[in-house]
Design a protein around this ligand. Structure first.
Ligand code: URA
Length: 236
């Protein structure tokens, strides 16, 4: 069992700022295994039942959330002028130190992961991990078999950027699905534009086998279950 200072435990959980936590604990609002603990530096077992104002917490060092990112919001932790995805979450989540895993353009919607686990984020983003990101695109034009072949071979964009082989799935109309294993700047938009099919609408549908939860709605978010975190690294 791991032991932690009570204030560190509560800080990892984003309950309050370090300063506010001391006051919170000293005022008797925090209980450990049913007993009020008044000293912030008390070492507690992470498996203990800790409650704040009667609300029972379940400790985890790292946190993993899925958001249905809406269009019009920046994928960033803060911005002086524009709303970011961190403006959509709770104070508690912001205090956890969550950040977005990779980036969706301002006008792209869909599944975005938020975490405070840097190693996890790196593993999801790195092309070496071959994590598949599936996008639904509405384009100006009708993608065809030649586009499918060009994606399969690996596109070279106008500025000379080489893309890894990618999968384009036709729908027979002006929509398609694109699967990529890397995340270059505006990648899917630039790939489709390079084939003369500029993107009108873009939505990320899944990361690995983790699909967007349509019940969330634009801007909605929820914590992931362990099997969902594992599903990110499974291929389809
Ligand atoms: N590719 C893009 O062009 N934009 C995104 O937001 C994600 C992938």
């Amino acid at each position: 069992m791991a032991f932690l200072r009570l204030d560190k435990y509560l800080s990892d959980m984003g309950i309050a700022s370090r300063k506010e936590l001391k006051q919170l604990i000293r005022s008797g609002r925090v209980s450990v295994d049913g007993k009020s603990v008044l000293l912030p530096e008390t070492k507690i077992d992470c498996g203990s039942i800790v409650s704040v104002d009667g609300r029972i917490l379940k400790y985890s060092k790292y946190h993993y959330y899925m958001m249905d990112k809406p269009c019009g919001i920046l994928t960033a932790t803060e911005d002086g002028r524009q709303k970011t995805v961190l403006d959509l979450v709770t104070d508690e989540m912001r205090r956890m130190g969550l950040f977005p895993v990779g980036r969706l353009d301002k006008d792209t919607s869909g599944v975005l992961l938020l975490t405070d686990d840097g190693e996890f984020a790196h593993r999801v983003i790195s092309p070496k991990s071959s994590v598949e990101k599936l996008y639904y695109a509405k384009v100006d034009g009708i993608p065809d078999a030649e586009d499918v072949n060009a994606f399969e071979k690996g596109l070279i964009l106008g500025d000379g950027t080489h893309c890894l082989p990618a999968k384009l799935t036709l729908q027979g109309d002006n929509t398609c699905y694109v699967t990529v294993m890397e995340g270059k700047y505006h990648q899917v938009r630039r790939m489709l534009a390079s084939r003369g099919k500029p993107v009108l609408e873009l939505r990320r549908m899944s990361i690995g086998r983790l699909k967007i939860d349509d019940a969330l709605g634009p801007g909605g978010f929820r914590e992931l279950e362990q099997w969902e975190i594992d599903a990110v690294f499974l291929s389809n």
